[in-house]
Design a protein around this ligand. Sequence first.
Ligand code: ATP
Ligand code: MG
Length: 455
Amino acid sequence: MTERDLLGSRSDPTGCGPLPRAAVEPTLATGPSDAGPRTVPNRVVVHYHEVALKRGNRRAFVTQLSDNIGATLRGTGVKRVRSAPGRIVVNLKPEANWPEISRRLQWVCGIANYSLAWRAPRNIDDISALAVAAVHGRRFGSFAIRTKRADKGFPLESPEVSRIVGAAVQGHSGAAVNLKHPELAINIEVLPREAFVSVDRLPGQGGLPVGSSGTVLALLSGGIDSPVAAWRMMRRGCRVELVHFHGAPYQDRSSRDKVVELARLLTRYQLHTRLHLVTFGEIQRQIVTSVPRPYRVVLYRRMMMRIAATLAGRIGAEALVTGESLGQVASQTLANMTTVEAATGLPLLRPLIGMDKAEISAQAEGIGTFEISIQPDQDCCQLFVPKHPTTRMSVSTATQVEQPLAIGAMVRDALDSLQAYEFDFPEQEERERLGAWGRDDNSGSPPHTPRPSGP
Ligand code: ATP
Ligand code: MG
């Protein structure tokens, strides 16, 4: 498997993989009857990507991926999700909604490709008959049979299977065999207890199943970058909790409305999301009273880091994530990023660091967050700052100008203001829980934190 496989093809240079909105709607039913067994495809065969490489942990990865697929497809007519050698098989009910299933599978991290499939008994006559049924009624000038034998005990070798099935398909359709550039590729998979025939293999988004890489806390600003950064960590198998800092009481609720929408949308990639909102305006006011203008943005960010790091400790997140990209704005020079990072002892992950805005925007469009991100809002980092902030602030300057600030108390106050929202996919139910994870005593007692400016 090459890096290019993982990051997408050349026609997809952003590495987004397939776009969730892509119209991918193969038909569920095959009509025919005169051409072979009367049958409809009632399985989905899912192939995974890198999961296959994780030898020692493979079972856990496959279980996680199966669970994620099952949960993502809730309500679409799935009977069962099971693992078969080297792939996952989804058994469908007769009423299964294939277009919706296909749409949702594009959101599941860890899938290399998937196809609607016919299940065949393990004999060449049945496999051939199903291949003929699968292509019946379709127009194609050329085709190829691609056979994978996961069971080497099957009496025929792959080329032989392809030859026999190919002859049957050719006899039925009259189409030519073209192994390099076929109009239609027919996949035959022979497993120890069953075989599968499928025609349209669709690309998944790749990566690792969410839940296989631990929990991180992503700083979500409502701009274009940070939702992409959060999604990229999900695609690396992380559960991503989100934290947003808003400028209340000095700014309106627009940034909060945006991050709620973003969190809701991102939930389709990880099934469950917790969004934490921190009231940051008062902290900014205190910084403004004692810190020269050019330094303010870096100091805001250092405070965000401290608050986020404490929150991360409470929720069990092992790293922080930002949407920073080197040189994008004044606060994202090497010097300033170093100074911001020095405020936290936690690893700080920046999945977009080497990407430019065009690449990030293309990915934002691919995952569906772009339209939300470009809505105007009041961003707290714009509060009380000059047009041209410093591009080089050292850690020692930062510690010096922070001297007058009661940092511990500021962090505590901020955490007292916490509000948390939960989102579930596919229910998309949003439940507000005030303060339950932000309390200092961590006692789990009912939250009493007042809500000065609820979203
Ligand atoms: P984004 O980077 O999200 O598109 P932006 O470019 O306006 O928005 P920057 O000023 O580049 O934001 O901020 C860099 C990073 O700092 C963001 O990607 C985000 O991770 C974090 N950040 C900035 N402001 C906030 C905020 N109000 N709440 C949470 N995180 C923030
Ligand atoms: Mg940015």
